[in-house]
Design a protein around this ligand. Structure first.
Ligand SMILES: [Zn+2]
Ligand SMILES: [Zn+2]
Length: 263
């Protein structure tokens, strides 16, 4: 499997992706908002875009569908409940469905509600797995729930699905929010030296050649995976004394999500 991460350079800092079968050159485009950059990358490399997957229904993920379908005739996949909410959608998918690309690539659909209630993440069946996490999981962060989502469901997606992935799973999110999210981590956990070092190392990174983390790395830098960290809990008690000194992971997650909304 070849993964081409495409930096849009837009104000929302979207990442688009091409997932390619190295044998056939067939490609699936994930959220190809910047259809020109996606088409250029395919043309340059001799790849053929046959499929599109929208992780969810927001316009900064689906806005390239029309032009992409017109240019390639690709088939558009998205969450089954997104029918009627996504332009040019052809096929609904649910948890456990497999999307094939060429001869070699199998992508498993995970039903991951929270950011919206119609959100799909793709998990590759490869020696080293890769997760295309849309707006559910970001580097060092979690999606917001302002536009059709629910924090409680987002917690359950983290707890029941993301937490259970292999430690070496590569994380390919829908936006580049790394540095801002690391600052939130440090705000919540001032003694997180890994996050502090990562800001220094990547503050000036070229998003065209962005750091790709793994789940193991996220567990160290992403507050939303650090629900039992004594310093996260101690700091949270300053803002929410009523949670007590042994709050449940759900309570910690929901309070962190609430703080992040106005941070
Ligand atoms: Zn979104
Ligand atoms: Zn987005």
């Amino acid at each position: 499997m070849i993964v081409e991460q495409i930096w849009t350079g837009n104000a929302y800092r979207n990442f688009n992706y091409l997932i390619v079968c190295p044998e056939t050159g067939d490609a699936l485009a994930v959220d190809p908002l910047d259809f020109r950059k996606c088409l250029d990358a395919a043309r340059r490399n001799g790849w053929t875009i046959r499929k599109i997957l929208n992780t969810h229904e927001h316009g900064d993920h689906t806005g390239g569908n029309k032009a992409m379908v017109e240019a390639t005739g690709a088939r558009v996949y998205a969450h089954a409940n997104a029918a009627g909410h996504i332009p040019h959608m052809d096929q609904g998918v649910t948890a456990g469905d497999i999307i094939r690309v060429g001869n070699t690539v199998e992508l498993e659909c995970l039903d991951t509600p929270g950011h919206t209630m119609r959100h799909i993440c793709l998990l590759s069946h490869t020696d080293q797995p890769a997760l295309f996490s849309g707006d559910t999981l970001f580097n060092a962060g979690a999606g917001n729930c302002h536009n059709g989502g629910h924090p409680n469901e987002l917690f359950e997606t983290f707890e029941n699905q993301l937490e259970k992935l292999n430690e070496d799973t590569l994380i390919y999110p829908g936006h580049d929010y790394l540095i801002n999210n690391l600052r939130f981590t440090l705000d919540r956990e001032p003694d997180n030296d890994t996050a502090r070092k990562m800001i220094a190392d990547y503050e000036r990174q070229d998003p065209d050649d962005a750091l790709v983390t793994t789940l193991a790395v996220e567990r160290r830098i992403n507050t939303f995976f650090r629900l039992q960290s004594p310093s996260v809990i101690a700091r949270l008690l300053d803002d929410f004394p009523d949670i007590g000194d042994a709050p449940s992971p759900r309570t910690v997650f929901l309070k962190l999500r609430e703080l992040r909304n106005s941070w």
